[in-house]
Design a protein around this ligand. Structure first.
Ligand SMILES: Cc1cc2nc3c(=O)[nH]c(=O)nc-3n(C[C@H](O)[C@H](O)[C@H](O)COP(=O)(O)O)c2cc1C
Length: 208
């Protein structure tokens, strides 16, 4: 488990503090892609709505200089909540490497051109489902939805199409990042960073 990973690989907490925790996240993320058994790009995304918080899994598709990108339907519940209140939180847990990463920040829509380039890279059936789905609305007839997706698939299967206007990415621009490294007997190591006046600061370790 986690502590064995530290003795075997050398991405240890010794590399803290770092100038840019987003870069550290990126290198750990690529490391986890090699080492983890299950998809390490899955993250829980918490948003807040009028009635309180909500959380769901999304897949992190890219980490860029600005932040962390995931894609979704812009009419979904999460998107509506983010457009009303961009403050959000992501958490990832990688059981083999024993790492938890918590990110808090604000989400913004990414440029539409980026949506198109990611959309065309997806399987045609996924494109069709993204076009047809009214994500997060009540679905009265699942079989009908599947038929509609198949119709759209037949229509687009040999075409390169753009992403629909109601589908695209968000970038989560982080303001706080915490790295948690599993160690035996609760002796975990936690390192907290936060951005102050646009500059990353190492706040210090936290009690586990
Ligand atoms: C492993 C996994 C990955 C997922 N990835 C995404 C994703 O990248 N984007 C997305 O919109 N929904 C994704 N979902 C579905 C969401 O968890 C959620 O059901 C959906 O987006 C609707 O959420 P909302 O009603 O809060 O907007 C994923 C679900 C799972 C289980």
């Amino acid at each position: 488990m986690g502590h064995q990973w530290f003795s075997k690989y050398s991405l240890t907490p010794d590399i803290h503090p770092v100038d840019n925790p987003l870069k550290l996240f990126t290198s750990l993320w690529y490391g986890a892609k090699k080492l983890e058994k299950y998809d390490p790009t899955a993250a829980a995304l918490a948003t807040s709505g009028k009635k309180g918080p909500s959380v769901r899994i999304v897949l992190i598709k890219e980490i860029v200089e600005e932040g962390i990108i995931f894609y979704t339907n812009y009419n979904s519940r999460k998107a509506k909540e983010l457009l009303r209140d961009p403050r959000c939180a992501l958490v990832l847990w990688w059981p083999i490497t024993g790492i938890q990463i918590r990110i808090e920040g604000k989400a913004e829509k990414i440029a539409p051109e980026l949506n198109d380039s990611y959309f065309v890279s997806r399987p045609k059936r996924s494109q069709a489902a993204a076009i047809v789905s009214k994500q997060s609305e009540i679905l009265h007839d699942y079989n009908n939805f599947v038929r509609e997706v198949e119709k759209v698939y037949e229509d687009i299967k040999n075409k390169d199409i753009k992403a629909p206007s109601y589908w695209g990415g968000f970038v989560v621009i982080p303001e706080r990042i915490e790295f948690f490294y599993h160690h035996s007997f609760r002796l975990h190591k936690r390192f907290l960073y936060s951005k102050r006046s646009g500059i990353w600061q190492f706040e210090g370790m936290l009690y586990p």
